[in-house]
Design a protein around this ligand. Structure first.
Ligand code: PLP
Length: 958
């Protein structure tokens, strides 16, 4: 009886409920699919797929699973261990009010956060427009010609600017000047980048710049301690020395200050965080970079540009992609791939919503409250470090520093503590009540109203005249049309409706792992205990974050077989860079700093060689054989040739060809025997979790893309998180941080110690809810789904690579080259035709040109997988008609794809196929149709006639 009761309780318990919610395949579907793939059981399929030599022989050492309710209860407990004080630290991070209409309709809306990078522009016009607004906003506020969208954080943007100055400039020096009033976290990241690229960092007062022979310089405006000064003559003098000048600036300040571009800066960088993006203990936030027209082709990062579609209508797309790492590999200008698209969009929407008048009011209010505080301090006998300021003042407090700081802490107020000084930055959330509290701490007895009245007589006195903004800004109609919540809500919806996201259907992008980003995982990121914490507050206030991060590290170690983790890198590519630095520092510590050869298989993702070249490694490409595996003979020869200089190999597992290479352990052993280290790119971790692991395989370091395997949504091109796991011998070489100095030595790769801390709860929640059994089951289903698609497509399309038993891993590559040869229809035609069928295309031409790589993930259900396979099969039948001559090659539904609503309604139709076939090619599309909003976009035209700012509003309407 008792036993029975116990089992009934177990049967009815909720702990497994999330496993069935995350995974798309139930046991009935599983049986059908196993039949199709001709496997006796799921275990049987896995045994045939993953080589026995690398299988884990015990379950993951993780607890769980737990229900959504229990997970939320537990993370709430952790959240409560963070204390949200009023914080005026500044230093590049500010409180902000995320407009509720943006919070609800963008940040918390899967229509925005589950989209992919807009590589398929015809189904991405909404976020492309939003990103173009971001570029326009940055260009205008900084006074520059062109901006990108976007970079990882202000510190890495500074590092990217440094390398841009070297590429674009004419000064032969290897030194880069950094003014001593640049944020310390920026300086730390610059030092890391400079050391491994062979630059010297010279620091000193900004005024000393002209005395140095340097190829580039970084100035901060306003300075980290708040000073606002005219940089024009310094920049002019630097230019006489052929020094290019980057200015780190602040977007809110730029509304009242003469923009750095008008002072002659060559590059302007900064963070857009305070435009409505929660501070989130350091991230994620979008950094920006703007530059002169003449340097545009050397600017890193994604740039959105205006082009036309096949009907000559305006259409947006990512411009100048040939500069990017996936094309130029080790010659790329940077390794930046996933950036911060969602956050860039939020910042741009903030500007759209407030408009120039609203923003000016926010900037004036922020400045006015700062001016009141400054005047109160002066009247109370305090001395300020600078008389000029926008929102930041530094008070000389000498021996009173500690006492004042403690008094503020007791009032739950965080100030910035400097040597003998206290810094205070106000922001848009500051109120007169905050001023009263600050007045209390500093014993200021004046009345706020009368101070305000005094200042009003000369409102901008604290901003030197030469630094006051006179130029108009954000005059484009998009920033002047959506100020009521109704207008804004509709604008956001209009853009969202143009974009294909996971809310519409599967996004089967190989190597991208577009799985479910569950609502329960997303909920905690909006809580103030995670969202409203400055990254540099005292550690006692962030015990919840510390506990969460530590637990996540323990969990990731259990999953990967590594011994230690750093959560700092803000993207996969940033993780690669941090991992390679760990390897180089390890070699240096062994007296083998000369080791600099990095072996990279031909099939590697473009970020691998780009990252290796950022740490000055010599890249040696290893061939792949016919089956897509590393060519062991070539590997042996290359190791032998470079053994004295071998630093490492970068491999991806399962390979980017979607196969579990049998010989992977031998590869690791060969590299180790020659004194090299193994970097395993963890982008394909979704095919490993619970079944094998990088540690088992024999690798030394990996990054994980938390925005792939561990459920952080892709955000339409970011955020991302690329933490690195290492074996114990590399642990001392993980990144550290100047402010927290918690682990490793400095060598920071991001501005904040935990990188994009506020999205870590997502991965923590994912792992916690699935637990050991759920995670492992998800991997099995990801493999089953890929094999099912492969078996269904096999009679119609050649599949490029398969393992020994004819199985694929979690993705499969459909080879379109023979089809194109026979019919003239290309992989691009198929990708665009899939849009007519209501699908996002698979990854196109990676890792092999002329192919489509499909990764379904475990979250898709059988009906969706079948819908995709049916579409691909129907498309093949269409291709056959072209091949047989039933439709001409220049006029058929494939080459004309995608078709729009305008095509359907146009009065003329002179194609040899019907409108119905064009627009409603399947029964599903008749029931529910997603419409691409433009026809096929002309990339070449856009790059030849480069326009990267918002076109006039009437062109949107045409
Ligand atoms: C195999 C592989 N490595 C590295 C990366 C880079 O990751 P991220 O885009 O986060 O920088 C990717 C991204 O798509 C990838 O597929």
């Amino acid at each position: 009886m008792t036993d029975q009761n116990h089992s009934l309780i177990t049967l009815l318990s909720t702990e497994n409920e999330f496993i069935t919610r995350h995974n798309g395949i139930d046991s009935t579907a599983q049986r059908t699919m196993l039949n199709t793939v001709k496997a006796e059981s799921l275990n049987d399929l896995i045994d045939q797929t993953i080589p026995a030599a690398i299988r884990l022989n015990q379950p993951l050492n993780l607890p769980g699973p737990v229900s959504e309710v229990d997970m939320l209860r537990e993370i709430q407990r952790l959240a409560r261990q963070n204390n949200v004080y009023r914080t005026f630290i500044g230093q590049g991070y500010y409180n902000t009010h995320t407009p509720n209409v943006i919070q609800r309709n963008v940040l918390e809306n899967p229509g925005w956060y589950t989209a992919y990078t807009p590589y398929q522009p015809e189904i991405s016009q909404g976020r492309l427009e939003a990103l173009l607004n971001f570029q326009q906003m940055v260009t205008v506020l900084t006074g520059m010609d062109i901006a990108n969208a976007s970079l990882l954080d202000e510190a890495t943007a500074a590092a990217e600017a440094m390398t841009l100055c070297k590429r674009a400039g004419k000064n032969k020096s290897k030194a880069f000047f950094v003014a001593d009033d640049v944020h310390p976290q920026t300086l730390a990241v610059l030092k890391t980048r400079a050391e491994f690229i062979g630059f010297d960092i010279v620091t000193g007062p900004a005024d000393a710049l002209p005395q140095h022979d340097v190829f580039g310089a970084l100035l901060q405006y306003p300075g980290t301690t708040g000073e606002v000064r005219d940089l024009s003559s310094l920049i002019l003098q630097a230019h006489e020395n052929k020094t290019l000048v980057t200015v780190a600036t602040d977007l809110l300040a730029s509304i009242m200050l003469k923009p750095a571009g008008e002072m002659g800066a060559d590059v302007v960088i900064g963070s857009s965080q305070r435009f409505g993006v929660p501070v989130g203990f350091g991230g994620p936030h979008a950094a920006f970079m703007a530059t002169r027209d003449k340097y545009k082709r050397t600017m890193p990062g994604r740039v959105i540009g205006v082009s036309v579609d096949s009907k000559g209508n305006q259409a947006l797309r990512m411009a100048m992609q040939t500069r990017e790492q996936h094309i130029r590999r080790e010659k790329a200008t940077s390794n930046i791939c996933t950036a911060q698209a969602l956050l860039a969009n939020m910042a741009a929407f903030y500007a759209v919503y407030h408009g120039p008048e609203g923003l000016r009011k926010i900037a004036r209010r922020t400045h006015h409250l700062t001016a009141i505080f400054a005047r109160g301090l002066i009247k109370a006998g305090y001395q300020l470090q600078h008389q000029s300021f926008f929102d930041t003042i530094t008070i000389i407090t000498d021996d009173k520093t500690e006492a004042l700081y403690t008094r503020a802490s007791e009032a739950e107020i965080n100030l910035r503590k400097l040597e003998g000084k206290l810094g205070i930055s106000l922001d848009e959330t500051a109120t007169t009540a905050d001023l009263e509290a600050l007045f209390g701490i500093f014993n200021i007895t004046d009345d706020i109203q009368s101070l305000s009245a005094e200042i009003a007589q000369d409102e901008l006195k604290a901003i030197p005249e030469a630094c006051q903004r006179e130029s108009a800004f954000l005059t484009h109609p998009v920033f002047n049309s959506h100020h009521s919540e109704t207008q804004m809500m509709r604008y956001l919806k209009r853009l969202e409706n143009k974009d294909f996201s996971l809310t519409h259907g599967m996004i089967p992008l190989g190597s991208c792992t577009m799985k479910l980003n569950a609502a329960a995982e997303m909920i905690p990121i909006s809580w103030p205990e995670f969202a409203s914490i400055h990254p540099f507050v005292p550690a006692e206030q962030t015990q919840g974050y510390a506990a969460l991060a530590n637990d996540l590290k323990v969990k990731l170690c259990a999953i990967t077989g590594y011994d230690a983790f750093s959560l700092q890198p803000n993207s996969g590519a940033s993780g690669e860079y941090a991992g390679l630095i760990a390897i180089q520092r390890y070699h240096q510590s062994n007296g083998e700093g000369h080791r600099n050869v990095c072996l990279i298989p031909a099939s590697a993702h473009g970020t691998n060689p780009a990252s290796a070249s950022m740490v000055s490694m010599k890249i040696v490409v290893v061939k792949c054989d016919e089956a897509g595996n590393i060519d062991m003979t070539d590997l042996g020869e290359k190791i032998e040739k470079h053994k004295d200089a071998l630093s490492c190999i970068m491999i991806t597992y399962p390979s980017t060809h979607g196969v579990y290479e049998e010989q992977v352990k031998t590869v690791c052993e060969m590299v180790h025997a020659a004194g090299g280290q193994v970097y395993l790119d963890g982008a394909n971790m979704n095919a490993q979790v619970g079944l094998t692991s990088p540690g088992t395989i024999g690798s030394d370091v990996s990054h994980l893309n938390l925005h792939k395997t561990f459920s952080i949504p892709h955000g339409g091109g970011g955020p991302g998180m690329g933490p690195i796991g290492v074996k114990s011998h590399l642990a001392p070489f993980l990144p550290g941080h100047v402010e927290n100095g918690v682990e490793g030595n400095d060598y920071a790769v991001a501005a904040a110690d935990l990188g994009s801390a506020s999205i870590l709860p997502i991965s923590w929640a994912y792992i916690t809810m699935l637990g050991a059994s759920g995670l492992t089951h998800a991997t099995r289903l990801a493999i089953l789904n890929a094999n099912y698609i492969m078996e269904r497509l096999l009679p119609h399309y050649p599949i490029l690579y398969r393992g020994n038993n004819g199985r694929v891993a979690h993705e499969c590559i459909v080879d379109i080259r023979p089809i194109k040869e026979a019919s003239g229809i290309s992989e691009e035609d198929i990708a665009k035709r899939l849009m007519d069928y209501g699908f996002h295309a698979p990854t196109m031409s990676f890792p092999v040109a002329g192919t489509l790589m499909v990764e379904p993930t475990e979250s898709e259900d059988l009906a969706e997988l079948d819908r995709f396979c049916d579409a691909m099969i129907a498309i093949k039948a269409e291709i056959d008609k072209v091949q047989k001559g039933e439709w001409p090659l220049e006029d058929n539904p494939l080459v004309n794809a995608p078709h729009t609503q305008v095509d359907l309604g146009s009065t003329e139709w002179d194609h040899p196929y019907s409108r119905e076939l064009a627009c409603f090619p399947s029964a599903q599309t008749k029931a529910s149709k997603y419409w691409p909003t433009v026809n096929r976009v002309d990339n070449v035209y856009g790059d030849r006639h480069l326009v990267c700012s918002c076109p006039p509003i009437d062109s949107y309407e045409s």
